[in-house]
Design a protein around this ligand. Structure first.
Ligand code: NCD
Length: 310
């Protein structure tokens, strides 16, 4: 496994399966009343968040703490970043504190890649601009595996604002590595121009794709990243690309509905669908902790968990 996790493409099939299998082992810990292992005692994990986050930030913190690491949480608001300090100077400060791993979320695509040149520890990308979010893809794959078994040959449909979604890009790359077949469904205005080179299919007809899907992953319409009108009205978007009860009825019985959160309930996904038994949305959050534990554990040099979990 590489030292950093910046893109889902950094993971070979063996790496990805090792992370998912390790997460399976670690999930046993999460079911205990004492959810802690001594594995990363004395190690320091820094969470460096320049962009807002709820689930990702909290789950990285929980993951590091459950492995007994020392955790430093840094958010750009209230730090010297708001005084204009550069990413490089922030990195040098972290370096001086001896961070073993730096988890970074940043509005600029490529920021984790830059950071990796400046620090000695492992860099984990927790979302960079519209580029990648590899641990989200890992927790999604983990969730799919738990519900459906092996991902080989599984049909995964990813729907919505692909253009602004780092979740979509990382999922397409990881799912291809794991042997799943991905179809993207979006209005043409919300697909990146480079999508032809991605290892997936593209469709504009959600109703036609649903009956063949094992997984439907809905993406948030990311208004904060939109500087133009990408679709006529919200109503029109929901009518063509939203997942409501009538559309869910087209899925086969075992198919699951996913969403990375945060959701625009009533827009890309109806509230009753988000809260239905097919939905894995709450599981995805819980699985985020175990998957991120596995990532931190393996990046910081862990190998066989056998001796740790008794
Ligand atoms: C996503 C993100 O931040 O990229 N959320 C997450 O990490 N759970 C998706 C989004 O913001 O829509």
């Amino acid at each position: 496994m590489k030292r950093h996790l910046i893109s889902a493409a950094d993971l070979s099939r063996d790496d990805a399966l090792l992370i998912l299998d390790t997460a399976d082992e670690l999930a046993k810990i999460s079911e205990r009343s004492i959810k802690k292992l001594p594995t990363l005692r004395g190690r320091t994990v820094v969470n460096l968040f320049f962009e807002d986050s709820t689930r990702t930030r909290i789950s990285f913190e929980a993951a590091a703490k459950r492995l007994s690491a020392d955790v430093i949480n840094f958010s750009a608001k209230g730090s010297s970043v708001s005084k204009g300090e550069s990413l490089k100077d922030t990195a040098l400060t972290l370096e001086a504190m001896g961070a073993d791993a730096v988890v970074i979320r940043h509005g600029a695509s490529g920021a984790p890649h830059r950071l990796a040149n400046w620090v000695r520890g492992s860099v984990v990308n927790a979302g960079d601009g519209t580029h990648e979010h590899p641990t989200q893809a890992l927790l999604d794959a983990f969730t799919m595996r738990r519900r459906l078994g092996s991902l080989d040959g599984r049909k995964v449909t990813i729907v919505g604002d692909v253009l602004h979604s780092r979740v979509a890009r990382s999922n397409v790359l990881l799912l291809a590595t794991l042997g799943a077949e991905v179809t993207l469904v979006a209005p043409p205005t919300l697909l990146p121009v480079t999508v032809d080179s991605w290892p997936c299919e593209v469709s504009y007809d959600l109703d036609a794709v649903l009956p063949k899907s094992d997984v439907v992953m809905m993406l948030r319409v990311q208004r904060e990243r939109m500087n133009a009108a990408f679709f006529p009205t919200e109503r029109e978007y929901s009518r063509r690309y939203g997942l409501d009860r009538e559309r869910v009825a087209k899925l086969h019985d075992d198919a699951v509905v996913m969403h990375p959160g945060p959701m625009n309930r009533g827009m890309e996904i109806a509230a009753e669908v988000a809260d239905s038994p097919r939905s894995t949305i709450v599981e995805q959050v819980a699985n985020g902790v175990t998957t991120r534990m596995a990532v931190l554990y393996l990046l910081l040099g862990g190998a066989d968990l056998g001796g740790e979990i008794q």
